[in-house]
Design a protein around this ligand. Structure first.
Ligand SMILES: NC(=O)c1ccc[n+]([C@@H]2O[C@H](COP(=O)([O-])OP(=O)(O)OC[C@H]3O[C@@H](n4cnc5c(N)ncnc54)[C@H](O)[C@@H]3O)[C@@H](O)[C@H]2O)c1
Length: 244
């Protein structure tokens, strides 16, 4: 029998495209949560639910769907799902990672990491935690700015342990003060070692002194690699990790 999935709210087209064509898909393409009675009715004959935190998946909802095998939350948090009620019925509950990069990862890596490739704006609109890992190059200066903060969820947390100028820090201060986003964790700063004064008094930001690589093992590996690169070049061999 063909497998059937209910997608209870809007999902990026890249993510929907991963579902095989021979699956039955019931898609609510709005960001308005389905009323409970409709969620129960539409889930009744489904094998799986793909939902966001705005869908409450409680005992009554899962009890009405005897064939349900998976509840797949598009979020890290899963407080909208009654995990115990699902477990009791053998229903697997998952929460999924979204990512964006200028270079898409191999399909195997996506599968292994359970990561879904989406465009940048879709990621910012969907993610509960946005963690930056891009390089700082001219193209990524102020990649996160007033416009992109306004795309993010009001409940979202931003983490930057990459490089400070990727974020427009003045816009971030406004975003945190005015509640466009919920909070931030910053290891790096736009004009390091200076920190935007607006960040210092905010209760919803955690600051660290650029320590993301500060373990003995990591620093030793970094130093060893720099020395090995140096020796390779001086001995007329290809550099081990050239920048370009
Ligand atoms: N806080 C710290 O102590 C610390 C320590 C190590 C690295 N870093 C920083 O962390 C970041 C990541 O380091 P890494 O070793 O993972 O680098 P990496 O080169 O392995 O990965 C960078 C990724 O950014 C992607 N990218 C480039 N331009 C992009 C864009 N415009 N939009 C989206 N993606 C883009 C690249 O394709 C690449 O996959 C760097 O900025 C690095 O300087 C910080």
């Amino acid at each position: 029998m063909r497998k059937s999935v209910l997608i209870s709210n809007v999902l990026p087209s890249e993510a929907r495209a991963l579902i095989p064509a021979d699956y039955g898909v019931d898609y609510n393409d709005t960001d308005i949560p389905l009323p409970k009675s409709e969620l129960i009715r539409r889930l009744r004959d489904k094998d799986a639910l793909i939902c966001h935190i705005i869908s409450t998946v409680d005992e009554e909802v899962v009890a009405g769907a005897p064939g349900l095998k998976a509840v797949c939350n598009v979020a890290v948090g899963f407080n909208n799902v009654d995990v115990a009620a699902c477990k009791k019925r053998g229903i697997i509950v998952t929460n999924r990672v979204l990512y964006h990069d200028t270079v898409r990862a191999e399909a195997d890596a996506e599968r292994e990491l359970r990561a879904i490739y989406v465009d940048r704006d879709a990621l910012l609109r969907e993610a509960d935690f946005v963690s930056l890992h891009t390089l700082f190059i001219p193209e990524t200066k102020h990649l996160l700015n007033e416009g992109t903060f306004r795309l993010m969820k009001k409940t979202a947390i931003l983490v930057n342990a990459a490089r400070g100028p990727i974020i427009d820090e003045a816009a971030l201060v406004r975003a945190l003060k005015e509640g466009w986003i919920a909070g931030a964790g910053l290891d790096v700063f736009e004009e390091e070692p200076k920190i935007h004064p607006g960040l210092l008094s905010l209760p919803n930001v955690t600051l660290a002194p650029h320590i993301a690589s500060a373990s003995l093992d990591t620093r030793l590996a970094m130093a060893n690699l720099a020395v090995r690169n140096c020796l390779a070049v001086l001995e007329g061999k290809p550099a081990i990790t050239p920048v370009a």
